[in-house]
Design a protein around this ligand. Structure first.
Ligand code: ATP
Length: 439
């Protein structure tokens, strides 16, 4: 972790998030709604940028991956076939002494209650299905049962034949999707790390069966590199292959991309070699053909699937933790989010030195020149030093200050976030100047 000690880092991130508008506790005016969060004016920008960076690398910069946005509400048949109705469960135990509820597989010691310290006070473990069920239509009978998807992945399998036909792709090719998923987690917590409503970024990569191992390796490396390229330090990131007893029955290999959270290493993303399990299951259950006919070799096969499955909200939190820094500047502590430019919520802040009438039109002219190119903030109240500090806390890479000299020299001062160095730049050149540096 950077300068700040890890013990209070979480608290600092949670406080900063609320104070500056990254993440608010949900339904706060009604006393809050446990473990749900709203993304505020700054958080919504950061989260969009995380998703945009993923989409750019997974879809835009490739010609072998197409996108999808499938429905969240889904019929039981999908989850019957995928195995989620039977197997998407966590083992739940209750402490008979303090009545607190836990996920057995996440307890450090399965004999001791972490809340009250009682020994062997747990009930027998019950398998608890994590899917949210609701009813579609006015009559809440069994025929109207629907589920909120617990992952985005099934959409790619269910739509496989349609996508194949419409996109004219052939294996190896992928289908990518970003969207909300819902899991009735027994123990949500650690801020937005584990919530019941969250966003995923998943891609199913369909390959000829004999190429599965090669592509699994490929995607493990690609996905690890993505986090590094966006500024997660090497010593805070690792790729951890699952042990044999961790693997799901259909997977021949899974690795997690893990980040060093304040509580230790934990998962950001899972990359799994899923074989032909999913397509085969849906073929059996639906009776539809979900295979591929390879004209070159005149053979028909069910593609194998490599799945990199990441969490957008969880990853956003990791970027915040990794970017947080404190440093001494002239006897004062400066908090700065050293976010990668691509992730920074605002790229530029336009700050007129004072609210005086002469400066406003010039400052607004600069703002209007910048807005078509960059997400900008505009802030004209408080002393300039405090406004710089606020932008540092938001991770804004550049501040553009309009002062009284600007009226004479038609130039502005551009301050860079990390070095705090300042440059005088002609107003006519400011878009080009920033474009070059934010590219
Ligand atoms: P865990 O073991 O932590 O419950 P998982 O291995 O079941 O997670 P996957 O099904 O592989 O998770 O989901 C892919 C990604 O989706 C995870 O790596 C994580 O980033 C994200 N994710 C899963 N569950 C949650 C959640 N409850 N809150 C936030 N993000 C989540």
């Amino acid at each position: 972790m950077p300068e700040a000690s890890t013990n209070d880092l979480m608290e600092k991130i949670v406080n900063l998030s609320k104070r500056r508008g990254f993440v608010f506790p949900s339904a706060e005016i009604y006393g809050g709604f446990r473990s749900t969060y709203d993304y505020g004016p700054i958080g919504v920008l950061l989260l969009r940028n995380v998703k945009e960076a993923w989409w750019r690398s997974m879809v835009q910069l490739r010609d072998d991956v197409v996108g999808l946005d499938a429905a969240i509400l889904s019929p039981p048949a999908i989850w019957e076939a995928s195995g989620h109705l039977a197997n998407f469960t966590d083992p739940l135990v209750d402490c008979k002494v303090c009545r607190e509820r836990f996920r057995l597989d996440k307890l450090d010691d399965p004999h001791t209650c972490p809340t009250c310290g009682s020994e062997d006070s747990f009930t027998e473990a019950r398998q608890f299905n994590l899917m949210f069920k609701t009813h579609a239509g006015p009559i809440a009978d069994a025929g109207a049962e629907v589920y909120l998807r617990p992952e985005t992945a099934q959409g790619m399998f269910v739509d496989f034949a349609n996508v194949l036909q419409a996109s004219r792709k052939k294996p190896p090719f992928g289908i990518a999707q970003i969207g909300k998923s819902f899991r009735n987690e027994i123990t949500p917590g650690n801020f937005v790390f584990r919530t019941r409503e969250f966003e995923q970024m998943e891609m199913e990569y369909f390959v000829p069966p004999d190429e599965a191992d090669k592509w699994y390796e490929y995607w493990c490396n690609e996905r690890r590199q993505w986090y590094l390229d966006l500024g997660i330090p090497e010593e805070e990131l690792r790729l951890r292959p699952h042990d044999a007893d961790e693997l799901s029955h259909y997977s021949s290999g899974t690795s997690d991309v893990e980040f060093l959270f304040p509580w230790g290493w934990d998962e950001l993303e899972g990359i799994a070699n899923r074989g032909d399990y999913d397509l085969t299951q849906h073929m059996k259950a639906s009776g539809e053909k979900l295979d591929y006919f390879d004209q070159a070799s005149n053979t028909r096969y069910v593609p194998h699937v490599i799945e990199p499955a990441a969490g957008a909200t969880r990853t956003m939190m990791a970027f915040l933790l990794a970017a947080y820094d404190e440093e001494e500047v002239r006897g004062e502590t400066r908090v700065v989010l050293r976010l990668h430019h691509r992730l920074a919520p605002y790229k530029v802040a336009v700050l007129p030195l004072s609210k005086k009438d002469e400066l406003t039109p010039v400052a607004r002219d600069v703002l209007h020149r910048l807005q078509p190119h960059f997400m900008c903030d505009y802030d004209e109240t408080q002393a300039i030093g405090r406004r710089y500090r606020r932008q540092d806390e938001l991770g804004t890479p550049y501040c553009v200050t309009v002062d009284f000299e600007s009226l004479d020299d038609a130039a502005v001062t551009v301050r860079e976030r990390d070095s705090m160095e300042q440059d005088r730049v002609a107003i006519d050149d400011v878009v080009g100047y920033l474009r070059e540096r934010l590219a």
